[in-house]
Design a protein around this ligand. Structure first.
Ligand SMILES: N[C@@H](CCC(=O)N[C@@H](CS)C(=O)NCC(=O)O)C(=O)O
Length: 193
């Protein structure tokens, strides 16, 4: 199995944690720099992660996770877990948009409809996720919990949001730093982008 990604992407990190001990080749690319041609050759959607396994290519972390979970004989996600994942992804996608805009020299704090919508979505989803954490909804270290961990740690690493009012998310992250493969996949190490 080959995983194409980067050490900084929260979407790639969740797959690396899910893969755990499974043997695979990790292709660590700078997708906005010298690794872009390699990305173009492998994924027309021009996003990471993607995997190739026994001739099967898979794009998108959600699909990759479904594939790996089936291979690892894990139960499929319940509808509530699917919703948790959708909320995590909604916040994550908007935060990636803000980061890329920032890197492009755009003032993302400006009172502009597009950025207001992203910031609003990030806070509504984070508040809902924090309430679920408070209610014990992320107690089990399952795929949605792994994704939430990767999101919160990445938001902190990139300094994209103010965690005021959603401190439970930081506490959730801090209490899980010793989970398997979390330290080894810390985006602060071996950064490419
Ligand atoms: N829905 C995708 C999102 C993946 C994603 O947005 N990855 C970012 C890196 S963190 C990316 O490749 N961005 C490239 C771009 O937006 O041009 C997934 O779950 O795999």
């Amino acid at each position: 199995m080959k995983l194409i990604g980067s050490t900084t992407s929260p979407y790639v990190r969740r797959i690396r944690i899910l893969l755990g001990e499974d043997p695979y080749e990790f292709v660590n690319l700078d997708i906005y720099g010298e690794g872009r041609d390699e990305l173009r050759r492998n994924n027309p959607a021009l996003k990471i992660p993607m995997i190739e396994d026994d001739g099967q290519e898979l794009f998108d972390s959600r699909i990759i996770a479904r594939y790996l979970s089936a291979k690892q004989n894990r139960d499929p996600l319940t509808w509530d877990q699917e919703n948790q994942l959708t909320l995590v992804d909604a916040a994550n996608d908007s935060a990636v948009t803000l980061l890329l805009s920032k890197k492009s020299g755009v003032d993302v704090d400006a009172d502009i409809m597009f950025f207001n919508l992203q910031r609003e979505r990030i806070m509504t989803t984070l508040r809902t996720l924090a309430a679920q954490v408070d209610d014990g909804g992320f107690e089990t270290w399952d795929y949605p919990a792994i994704c939430l961990y990767c999101l919160v740690d990445w938001l902190d690493f990139r300094d994209i949001v103010d965690f005021s009012g959603v401190e439970s998310l930081v506490a959730f992250r801090d209490a899980r730093k010793d989970k398997p493969w979390v330290a080894q996949t810390d985006p602060r190490q071996n950064q490419t982008v």
